[in-house]
Design a protein around this ligand. Structure first.
Ligand code: NAD
Length: 297
């Protein structure tokens, strides 16, 4: 069997077009331009790349991008003051603080200082609680993107057994909540799980969010299962350079799975598209306008 490839790159491009349409409508009908503020503290090279592409795509869909780059010597008080200023700024509808923060800054405190209505990453405890209780929340971008791909492929997910590998606050836990919300039977596996292979073999849906290159082999996958690979890992390539791989071994999994996301071109592009979608949703909610359909769950 050769798995159907879940093309996140193409899906994300469609989603960005939908976002751009809503942005144009907000502008034409209400004179509102959605704005996304991204705060980067320090000079982590991977974070620099993410922030640059977030800014570029924000502008591409017609929104305003506000970038705040602060040195890694920034004090917590100064960072909190910037967030308070962004919370109060009516031109800013979404605030994202790029993680990880340099040592010495309390990420929980910083994230929980963001106005929950502007928390487009969905990491504020209010949004975590709203999601966990099935209420309207800002939903974390990466799991939201995974859910969109799953719904697009399957339609209803009800009754499916989903195994989420990884229990981080950013991916694993919110992913599990979203799948539960769609009536899956959910198992969350992690570094201390006994017999991971045996568990994954029972899954109709596998979401791998571990951060270990190619750790899930095809032999763990139930024939016909759907595999969502969140991992982004850089390994040595055949040409002496490096290449990106996921947390699943794509080649062996693709011979057994019914559907699978590639890396790159699967979950990655969905994350930024969902960030833009969340910003438009936040902007619509802030202005008491009807929420655009299809941009959140
Ligand atoms: P994390 O390090 O916070 O969490 C990793 C999780 O994996 C932990 O809960 C841990 O218990 C679990 N784990 C570790 N070793 C394990 C093992 N041997 N067996 C089972 N579980 C194990 O990572 P994260 O932030 O959730 O990210 C996970 C991966 O997803 C990383 O590769 C990251 O780069 C990637 N990621 C991608 C996107 C995207 O946009 N595609 C977004 C966020 C994260």
């Amino acid at each position: 069997m050769t798995a159907h490839i879940l093309d996140g790159k193409a899906f994300a491009a469609k989603l960005r077009t939908q976002v751009a349409t809503h942005v144009a409508r907000l502008k034409a009908d209400h004179g509102i331009v959605p704005g996304l503020a991204v705060v980067l503290v320090g000079d982590d090279p991977a974070s620099q790349v993410y922030v640059r592409s977030k800014g570029k795509m924000t502008v591409e869909v017609g929104m305003q991008s506000f970038e705040h780059r602060l040195p890694d010597t920034t004090s917590e008080a100064d960072l909190l003051a910037l967030i308070a200023q962004l919370n109060a700024d009516p031109a800013v509808h979404g605030i994202l603080v790029q993680l990880p923060l340099p040592a010495g800054l309390n990420s929980d405190l910083v994230i929980n200082t963001i106005d929950p209505a502007k928390d487009v990453d969905g990491f504020h405890i209010s949004n975590v609680g709203l999601l966990g209780t099935g209420q309207k929340a800002m939903v974390p971008c990466t799991p939201l993107g995974c859910l969109m791909l799953l719904r697009d492929h399957h339609g209803s997910l009800a009754g499916k057994h989903a195994v989420v590998i990884g229990r981080s606050n950013i991916v694993g836990k919110p992913m599990a909540q979203l799948l539960l919300g769609d009536s899956c039977t959910v198992t969350i596996a992690h570094s201390r799980t006994a017999d991971l292979a045996g568990l994954v073999r029972q899954a109709d849906i596998v979401v791998a969010a571990v951060g270990r290159a190619q750790m899930v082999p095809g032999a763990w996958i139930k024939p016909g299962a759907t595999v969502i690979d969140v991992g982004i890992n850089r390994i040595a390539g055949d040409d002496g350079g490096t290449r990106l791989v996921g947390d699943v071994d794509f080649d062996s999994c693709a011979t057994v799975a019914g559907a699978i996301t590639p890396v790159p071109g699967g979950v990655g592009p969905m994350t930024i598209a969902c960030l833009l979608a969340n910003t438009v949703t936040a902007c619509s909610r802030a202005n008491g306008l009807a929420e655009p359909e299809g941009l959140t769950v």
